[in-house]
Design a protein around this ligand. Structure first.
Ligand SMILES: Cc1cc2nc3c(=O)[nH]c(=O)nc-3n(C[C@H](O)[C@H](O)[C@H](O)COP(=O)(O)O)c2cc1C
Length: 205
């Protein structure tokens, strides 16, 4: 079982990374191979150039630091994207990466508008770990957007860990809340890893 983590937070000790690490640790304890990419560490990165070469080749033509994490979406059974809400949306660096996911959408999607037409193989699960300062009744749209992007890429099963009320400058004051979200992250990791262990494909092999 392979778990891919794409971290869109720049803060190594921030809430997004802390909660996401808790998810990764439990997945690893369940025997998963976990690969984490911190997008903010990458220097050689570019946005989609709209060359549409991916429509014929099936992969992005740009060979920069995003190439490996993009390719690893094929390798992964469980795809985790983690992001703080920045200005009502995902972080800018994750958005840059998201545009490159265009290479995982089949061109026919845009000609006949059949909704599920992605290049990523079947059986994958997507998890969005979303942190924000605002209360929990805000930004459900971000999850819906990410789930739609994943669906366009061929991943139908999307889960959401929504971590509200976390403010960048108050890590100590929100310790209890953070603990609670870490617990939820561990539970979610257990749930999705267990689902994979019991999947028909795993049993057949
Ligand atoms: C540039 C910036 C923009 C932000 N915009 C929002 C926002 O629009 N809505 C919100 O609820 N929180 C916003 N926040 C707060 C963060 O989403 C929140 O504190 C998050 O938990 C930080 O994650 P981190 O600890 O991984 O950095 C913003 C923070 C920053 C630095």
């Amino acid at each position: 079982m392979n778990v891919l983590i794409i971290n869109g937070s720049p803060r190594k000790t921030g809430s997004t990374t802390t909660i996401t690490n808790a998810f990764g640790e439990v997945a690893a304890a369940h025997g998963a191979t976990v690969r984490t990419y911190n997008l903010n560490d990458m220097r050689d990165i570019r946005g989609c150039q709209s060359c549409t070469k991916c429509w014929t080749t099936g992969s992005c033509a740009l060979q920069d630091d995003f190439a490996l994490p993009l390719a690893d979406h094929n390798w992964a059974d469980i795809i985790v994207w983690a992001t703080p809400v920045y200005m009502d949306d995902m972080s800018g660096i994750l958005k840059l990466f998201t545009d490159r996911m265009f290479s995982n959408v089949k061109p026919e999607y845009y000609s006949d508008f059949i909704p599920i037409h992605g290049r990523l193989g079947p059986g994958k699960q997507f998890v969005l770990i979303q942190t924000q300062a605002a209360p929990a009744d805000m930004y459900e749209a971000l999850f819906k957007k990410c789930a739609t992007i994943m669906r366009d890429c061929g991943v139908e099963d999307s889960r959401w860990l929504h971590c509200a009320g976390l403010w960048v400058q108050d890590m100590e004051g929100q310790a209890e809340r953070l603990q609670s979200y870490k617990k939820q992250a561990r539970e979610l990791a257990r749930e999705v890893c267990k689902g994979k262990e019991l999947s028909p494909i795993a049993v057949t092999i």
